[in-house]
Design a protein around this ligand. Structure first.
Ligand SMILES: *[C@@H]1O[C@H](CO)[C@@H](O)[C@H](O)[C@H]1NC(C)=O
Ligand SMILES: [Ca+2]
Length: 225
């Protein structure tokens, strides 16, 4: 709207300048006769005003059109915002495996757990072939994971929630005298674009999974930074 107002102003100035030149020519043509000058300049001014009026009417028409387009665009933006709540949608949830029941591990080094049974992955931040979630936007995220262990062959489970190479939260169960055990942990953390979050099975430890899906990894964006 501001730009259009400036345009109209600039356009009006041009018209004024043209009118002034026309008057100047008239003065030369009619030198000596003030009556002729008055009539000619009045005619010229009224012609100019007529042309201006037509142009302003055209512009008013165009502005009405633009206004209605703007109203439509604003309505569409509001609709889209209400769909996404004005923020990117990032949420995933996955379980370890679809097998009937098996141990995962032990490995000789700390290893990211690959949660392959994907329940949801809105925004595709989670990669089931690596087990790693990569933050698509700066923001504050919630993560939660669970660990299940069986008694045999060894009840010895340590899993950690990791942000890049930093330990955030762990579940630990290394007693060998009881049978099945389960634990979970969670964290709310600020991430920047490209930060990795995953659950790491520590070296020499195991977890047990079946198609009851004891071991899960879940995360979602709470709000953007
Ligand atoms: C994310 O945050 C970092 C640190 O505050 C900033 O340098 C970067 O520009 C931000 N990136 C985006 C895409 O907002
Ligand atoms: Ca125990």
């Amino acid at each position: 709207m501001k730009n259009i107002a400036v345009l109209i102003l600039a356009f009006s100035c041009c018209v004024c300048q043209v009118a002034a030149h026309e008057n100047y020519d008239n003065v030369h043509q009619c030198s000596g006769s003030t009556g002729c000058f008055d009539t000619l300049s009045l005619t010229s001014i009224s012609q100019t005003l007529g042309a201006m009026g037509e142009k302003v009417a055209n512009m008013a028409e165009k502005m009405t059109l633009l206004e209605s387009k703007l109203v439509n665009s604003e309505r569409e933006v509001l609709e889209l915002r209400s769909l996404t709540a004005g923020k990117p949608q990032v949420a995933f949830s996955a379980a370890l495996t679809e097998s009937d029941g098996k141990h995962i591990g032990p490995f000789t080094t700390d290893t990211p757990l690959k949660y392959k049974k994907v329940f949801s992955n809105t925004g595709n931040g989670y990669n089931p072939s690596t087990g790693i979630f990569t933050a698509p936007v700066n923001g504050t995220y919630f993560f939660r994971f669970s660990m299940f262990k069986s008694v045999s062959p060894t009840s010895n489970s340590v899993v950690c929630l990791m942000k890049n190479d930093e330990w955030l939260a762990s579940v630990w169960d290394t007693s060998g005298t009881d049978s099945t055990d389960m634990g979970s942990n969670a964290a709310v953390i600020a991430l920047q674009v490209g930060d990795s979050v995953f659950v790491e099975l520590q070296a020499t430890r195991v977890v047990y999974e079946s198609n009851l899906y004891f071991n899960t990894f879940t995360g979602f964006l709470l709000f953007t930074a």
